[in-house]
Ligand binder design. Sequence first.
Ligand code: C2O
Ligand code: CU
Length: 486
Amino acid sequence: LLPTHTSTGSVLRSALPLPPPFQVPLRVPRVLAPVAPDRYELIAREAEAEILPGVRTPIWGYDGTFPGPTIELRRGRTTTVHHRNDLPVPTVVHLHGGRTPPESDGYPTDLVLPTRGWSGGHSRHDPAARIAHSSRDYVFPLDQRAALLWYHDHRMDFTGPAVYRGLAGFAVVRDDEEDALPLPRGDREIPLLITDRAFAADGSFAYPSLDPSLTRVPGVTEPYTGGVLGDVILVNGAPWPVHEVSATRHRLRLLNASNARRYELSLDPPPPDGPAFVQIGSDGGLLERPVAHGSLVLAPAERLDAVVDFGRYPVGTEVTLVNRLGTGTTGHVMRFRVARRDRDDTAIPPRLSEVERLDRAQATVTRDFAFRSGLLGDRHGWLISGRAFDAGHAVARPRLGDVEIWRFVTDLHHPIHLHLVHFQVLARGGREPGPYDGGLKDTVDLGPGEAVEVITRFDGYRGRYVFHCHNAEHEDMGMMATFDVV
Ligand code: C2O
Ligand code: CU
């Protein structure tokens, strides 16, 4: 009875002529300026962006930009983000990777209704929802390590289309520990938000349907069901950009902000000696020790911090960042042009940070969750242990401070994200964790038929959170569940 589904959906084709790659310069999103010490204002609104040269694309943007401005956070300080919703639809802002109190986590039914009113109702009733009218404060008393986080829309049933239209940006947590290391900084620290889009003939982002309920009818589900993929790779909102670098070490801070696309990134040409990348961090901040990789695999919502030494290339070399999983695209992501020699006063210390290792013996509970496709009535859905998202039903109630092991099994590719906590991967497919599983993670990618065990301590706050598949369309089609920290 179930329609057959690919794990990655089909790729939407742009209906516009696309520019040749490596013409548009890379932009780095601007840093959001505070309106008062530790206080920011973030307005979501409709705007137009010139993403393809000469083409106007309507977007939904934080501050009217895509990606949104970068929010800088400091460990040990409380940051308040005042969010105003000037969009025509309700929004929710989630700080992905943030250890935030439940009321500021962006629970999917905690809507901020549009400034100009809303008569659309709420797709599923949740008596515990905290509904705000036109604006609200998100308060982040951040006590967490330096890390690359991001913020994005998280409205129930509508995250996929809202993020696709542009509601995403970086949030960077800094701390003294990281500041003391001789890592590349300033313009040698490059945040790269990688995402894919397709363009309709009028220049707008092509998306199968803005009404997810339509996509639940069997037979008209593709290309929505597997997740929405486009044929243009954008880096910081620019198609296949080019960026000049000096022949020194650079820290690439990679975020896969795509709805459904996975990447395996490599450098072409590869450096003459040794692996292309030295990974120094992951979702939850710095690793204990650097790890060398020839390529980097990133599932939706994952982050990876990697140092590339462009000093290994002769000046004048054009180095292309290539996606080896580039189905339906050119495979190009962006290009670096090694422009000049320069003094390099950076280094990668052999020991980066301290990460408390959690041990199996510390766990009080092991919980099992299956991420699989299933039927919701006569419709297709993506379910966790046979259930679609239900705000009124907590599938787990970890006690504050307890260590737990969560075991995930899947049918297809699903990147699984837990709010509130960072976890460590204990095992993948019954064996050792994989090459990208090191450090503290908040999102872990599972391959088809794979099982992964993670361990975490629920030491943040009491309250209601979610975990879900970060394929945004899977999430919208039900693959999300509530847990209560009690
Ligand atoms: Cu990136 Cu529940 O989110
Ligand atoms: Cu999924």
